[in-house]
Design a protein around this ligand. Structure first.
Ligand code: DGT
Length: 135
């Protein structure tokens, strides 16, 4: 019997680095994973390239004009019967000061502090990759 295909949602996120720190945003109440600290980003819309999607998300969420750098790594995670494919990009240059127009709060975090924060399970299981991308 033919198995049904799983549904995959492609997501782009930015590693926004400055002075040895990285920018995390706290997911707002009322959404999935509320209160958890994530790398800013979101779902790719139909027809967008991953860097275009990340540029749009960073403008919508943080009000910055970002220049998207290299793809650092990708991972997958299953939320019930839906999977997310997360693509992590470097973001080294941007115009404007990031504002929490979507997140409850933004924080510049030292990479060493990330393991003790409340972060999505999708990221926790790839902490090694995240940490080495932040060096
Ligand atoms: P959802 O899950 O339908 O409530 O989606 P939204 O609109 O709240 O979330 P969005 O557009 O940020 O989609 C990102 C999905 O990827 C969401 O299911 C959470 C998951 N995710 C896991 N780790 C991260 C991360 O570090 N950054 C972001 N932006 N999303 C992450």
């Amino acid at each position: 019997m033919k198995q049904r295909r799983h549904i995959w949602i492609p997501v782009v996120t930015g590693l926004i680095k400055k002075n040895g720190k990285v920018l995390l945003g706290q997911r707002p109440p009322g959404n999935s994973l509320a209160g958890q600290w994530e790398f800013p980003g979101g779902k790719i819309e139909l027809g967008e390239s991953p860097p275009q999607a990340l540029k749009r998300e960073l403008f919508e969420e943080l009000e910055i004009e970002a220049e998207i750098g290299a793809l650092r790594f990708a991972n997958t995670h299953a939320y019930g019967d839906r999977g997310v494919l997360l693509l992590f990009f470097d973001v080294l240059f941007w115009k404007g000061e990031p504002k929490a127009s979507h997140h409850s709060e933004l924080k510049w975090v030292s990479p060493d502090d990330i393991p003790s924060m409340d972060i999505p399970e999708a990221n926790r299981k790839n902490l090694d990759l995240i940490m080495s991308s932040l060096k």
